[in-house]
Design a protein around this ligand. Structure first.
Ligand code: GLV
Length: 325
């Protein structure tokens, strides 16, 4: 019997290709050139499975070109690039990579919190530009993180990991989530449930950890930013689109809030260029989960999901069980 054919849409670690090669006929893309939607549809026409990344859109239009496709496994915890309804309608399984990136993403959130509160990239740019003439009492004054109130929007695994790290900074933690955590978990996270309005009004640092969907589109826009303290900072390492970037730029320009640390943007990688003109931002190119170990674990978990899906087992991180019917 011929082996199932799978496409890996972007560069992965060699061991992932070796593992997939034990089960499938693999077409890789180690040159790492992103496919256009047309190229992706073309590449998947004769494939049974795919290992994808968050920029590969899997929707009805694409699926209509891929009659053999049985499973698409995202190397990401977010899966807003999947139209799950369209996938289920064609019995195509979708999977993601939850869990393995929580620590790296929470650590990077803290890197953004500290860098933004202490104006690290602004100070480094100034030093690199040769501006440093000597020590000054009032140079690059930032904001205290210890004791500040931390507001976490989206209290899934990553939000909880961010909350647990706040203990070392003696911070009161508020969280807003559609469903409230069990009391034991609230205690473990040392966090109190609040309404979005209360969280925005009381927090010194607001950090977002909610997935992107139609429901969370522009969850933070001009009206919500206006509810924050003028001294507050916003941290965003969730998904572009959860924040209205144009409204955020206006809020940073006119002092509605003090600063922002951002790892994700609308229309990545062509983000709003006005961000580059602001001094009160720390900017990163969507790297919150980017440690060697974590990215290896994400790619391997996606590969394991693909092997399970195409060998008749239930993939461990199945997103659309109704596709099995
Ligand atoms: C990265 O953004 C992910 O969703 O894993």
């Amino acid at each position: 019997m011929s082996r199932p054919k799978v496409q890996v849409t972007r560069e992965v670690f060699d061991e992932v290709l070796d593992y997939l090669g034990q089960h499938f006929e693999v077409t890789a893309n180690q040159d790492d050139r992103p496919f256009t939607p047309e190229e992706l549809a073309q590449a998947l026409t004769d494939k049974h499975g795919a290992l994808t990344v968050l920029t590969d859109r899997i929707d009805a239009a694409l699926l209509s070109h891929c009659p053999q496709l049985k499973a698409v496994c995202n190397i990401a915890v977010g899966y807003n690039n999947f139209d799950l309804k369209a996938m289920s309608a064609r019995a195509v399984l979708g999977t993601n990579t939850p869990g393995v990136l929580d620590a790296a993403t929470a650590d990077f959130t803290w890197a953004l919190i500290l860098a933004t509160a202490r104006r690290l990239t602004e100070a480094e740019a100034w030093l690199r530009a040769g501006e440093w003439q000597g020590w000054k009492l009032k140079q690059f004054l930032g904001m205290d993180v210890q004791g500040a109130t931390l507001g976490i929007i989206g209290m899934g695994r990553i939000g909880q990991a961010v909350a647990k790290r706040a203990r070392g900074f003696d911070m009161p933690v508020l969280y807003y989530n559609r469903t409230r955590l069990a009391p034991a978990l609230e205690r473990e996270c040392n966090a109190r449930h609040a309404s979005l309005d209360e969280l925005l009004a009381q927090s010194d640092i607001v950090t977002l950890h909610t997935p992107y969907s139609a429901d969370s589109h522009h969850l933070l826009g001009a009206a919500q930013l206006a509810k924050m303290k003028p001294s507050a900072i916003l941290i965003h390492a969730a998904r572009g689109g959860v924040v209205d970037d144009a409204a955020l730029i206006a809020a940073l320009q006119n002092g509605t809030i003090a600063a922002a640390g951002l790892d994700v943007f609308e229309s990545e990688p062509k983000f709003n260029p006005e961000f580059l003109k602001l001094r009160n931002v720390v900017l990163a190119p969507h790297i919150a989960s980017a440690t060697t170990n974590t990215r290896r674990n994400m790619a391997m978990l996606a590969a394991k999901n693909l092997v399970a899906a195409l060998t008749g087992e239930r993939p461990p991180n199945l997103l659309n069980p109704d596709a099995l019917k």
